[in-house]
Design a binder for this molecule. Structure first.
Ligand code: PEP
Ligand code: MN
Length: 263
C-alpha cells in the first residue's frame, strides 16, 4: 500500500493545516527531551518567531543506559501541549509503547516512532489504528526495504498519514554519530508515495554538519528537516553535545532560507 506503483500521487500529510509532502519544506525543531515548561517555551517562541508551526520534544526517551534521564512521561506531554497551544504549534513526540498511545493522543499531533522501535510491530499496528499522523524513523540498522515494510504495517491498518524520516544508520564510520544515508531520500520518494524528512541531528551528531546535511536533504528532494534546539545545550539532560542553542538555531534557519530561495 505504500508503493508508488499502487498510488502514483504523493500522499500529503496534514497536521491540522500544516501540510507535509505538498512540495514545500516542513521544519521540525525542538529539544531532544522535554525538561521543563521554561525550556520548551523558549524554543517554542523561537520557532513561532520564524513563522514555523511544528515543535518536537521527547517525553518518553529511549536511552541506551537505564541510568540516564528517561524523560518526564505524561508530565512532559502536558508541558508540550500547553506550550504548543499558547504558541499555536503542532506537537511531534515519540511514543515507545502501545500502552502509552491512548493517553498520549490527547496531547500529541504527530506520533513519532523512533529508530529503536521501527520494528516494534505491535506499536506499528496500533499506530495504524489512530487518526493522527505518524512520523516513522528509520531503524539504526534497518535496510530501506525493512523501513518501507515497517511503514506498510501502519498503512495496512488504515492510517496513510505517515512521514518517513531518515536519521542515519550504523556503519563502521566513527566521524559522525550515524551515517546519513542521503540516497535513501530519493529512493524512498521513488518507491513510496509518502513524504520523507531528514533528521540532521541524530544522523550526524555534530552541530557543524547540520547546515550542509540539511541543504543536501533539500537538494535530493526531502520534504522537510528535523533538528534539535535547546535554550542551554550545555546543561541538557540528553544529547547535550549535538543540540543547537537559540542563536545557532537563528543562524541555521536564516542560512537555510537563503539556500532555499536560491535553489
Ligand atoms: C529522537 O528523535 O528523539 C530520537 C531518539 O531519535 P532516533 O529515534 O532517530 O534515535
Ligand atoms: Mn536526541
Amino acid at each position: 500500500l505504500v508503493s508508488r506503483k499502487r498510488k502514483p500521487e504523493d500522499t500529503i500529510v496534514n497536521v491540522n493545516g500544516t501540510k507535509i509532502g505538498d512540495g514545500s519544506q516542513t521544519f521540525v525543531f525542538g529539544p531532544c527531551a522535554v525538561e521543563s515548561y521554561e525550556q520548551v517555551k523558549a524554543v517554542a517562541q523561537s520557532i513561532k518567531a520564524k513563522g514555523l508551526t511544528m515543535i518536537r520534544g521527547g517525553a518518553y526517551k529511549p536511552r541506551t543506559s537505564p541510568y540516564d534521564f528517561q524523560g518526564l512521561g505524561l508530565e512532559g506531554l502536558k508541558i508540550l501541549r500547553q506550550v504548543a497551544d499558547e504558541e499555536g504549534l503542532q506537537v511531534v513526540t515519540e511514543i515507545v509503547t502501545p500502552g502509552h498511545l491512548e493517553e498520549a493522543l490527547d496531547y500529541v499531533d504527530v506520533v513519532q516512532i523512533g529508530a529503536r522501535n521501527m520494528q516494534n510491530f505491535e506499536l506499528l499496528k496500533e499506530a495504524g489504528m489512530i487518526n493522527k499522523p505518524v512520523l516513522l524513523k528509520r531503524g539504526m540498522s534497518a535496510t530501506i526495504d525493512e523501513f518501507v515494510k515497517a511503514a506498510e504495517y501502519i498503512i495496512a491498518k488504515g492510517n496513510d498519514q505517515i512521514i518517513l524520516c531518515e536519521r542515519g544508520i550504523r556503519t563502521y564510520e566513527t566521524a559522525t554519530r550515524n551515517t546519513l544515508d542521503i540516497s535513501a531520500v530519493p529512493i524512498l520518494k521513488q518507491e513510496t508515495h509518502l513524504p520523507v524528512m531528514v533528521d540532521v541531528t541524530h544522523s550526524t551528531g555534530r552541530k557543524d554538519l547540520l547546515l550542509p546535511t540539511a541543504k543536501a536533504a533539500i537538494a535530493v528532494g526531502a520534504d522537510g528537516v528535523m533538528a534539535e534546539v535547546h535554550p542551554d545545550p550545555a546543561v541538557a539532560l540528553s544529547d547535550a553535545q549535538q543540540q543547537m542553542d537559540i542563536g545557532e538555531f537563528d543562524a541555521f534557519y536564516e542560512e537555510i532560507q537563503r539556500f532555499m530561495k536560491n535553489y
